[in-house]
Design a protein around this ligand. Sequence first.
Ligand code: SF4
Length: 357
Amino acid sequence: MSQTIVATRYWHQLDDGQVQCDLCPRHCHLQEGQRGLCYVRQRLDGQVKLVSYGRSTGFCVDPIEKKPLNHFYPGSGVLSFGTAGCNLACKFCQNWDTTKSREMDILADAASPEQLARAARDAGCRSVAFTYNDPIIFMEYAVDVAAACRELDIRTVAVTAGYIDPEPRADFFSAIDAANVDLKAFTDRFYYKICGAHLNPVLETLEYIHHETDTWLELTTLLIPGENDSDAELEQMTRWVVERLGPDVPMHFTAFHPDWKMRDHQRTPAATLGRARRIALDTGVRHAYTGNVRDPEGGSTYCHQCGELLIERDWHRIGGWGLDTKGCCANCGTRLAGHFGAAAEHAASTPVRIRVS
Ligand code: SF4
């Protein structure tokens, strides 16, 4: 399957002869031949088209905890892939070799939606994840892959910044079974200065996913020393999550390492992640996790009612299992929010790179 250019629905003609892309709040205005900031949507023949349909930077089988998702079939394998480009411009990007790529030849692997779904099933994966770069910008491909996966009872997972307009948002998330959305900070200053975006559209997406869809939602915040890790900001953020999304949406606090255009900041100390987790728990978030560091306590799941250890994790490896067959605490019977399979499935997998054909 070679690189494919497909028509898209989310754009309109402007009076000055340009067209406006209506997929994300950037609303790029495009002349003929011009690409948007995301690089994979381009004006061709007077329309906005997706030019990376069916192409990928490669496929890998990961444990679902790596996305990170801790309440969506824990320990199951997920076939992960991404494409090129991104609609945010984060200075700390940790996948900048693909997200900032201006070369389509990094898209080495090609796969139809049906091939991908079959590959996931044959590899024993419970789900397929759109990850490494934001699937919103290649949503026509992602939605077709999701439809092919549903035919084979394979779930789909989006790892995304949630920066999308209302109409495509409804079309995108109706196809997706679980999402980990980056809540990058809780100030518009951070979103604008460091990501070239705005906070409010992301908050709207979070409320939409949680209240209007069946998509399982978890949140991730990469903590950057001095930029988004103050007690006050973390208290504001976690209070908003509890008040607007409720206490059952899990939050992950992960460690930054100097990369791309932010090599002048230090790594996130493990103590900062622990502090953020404690603030979230004190504010009322029932399940808060640390990530990118070895922290068995901060990575494990506990019953919010009786405190019993429900899912023990060491890095991405599952240890003890304290849920009954209905996904409830085996000690007190309180239901754990999320989606859980049989205990036998929770053998953590090691990342494996595969070819799809
Ligand atoms: S999806 Fe791409 S082309 Fe469309 S508005 Fe966003 S950045 Fe611009």
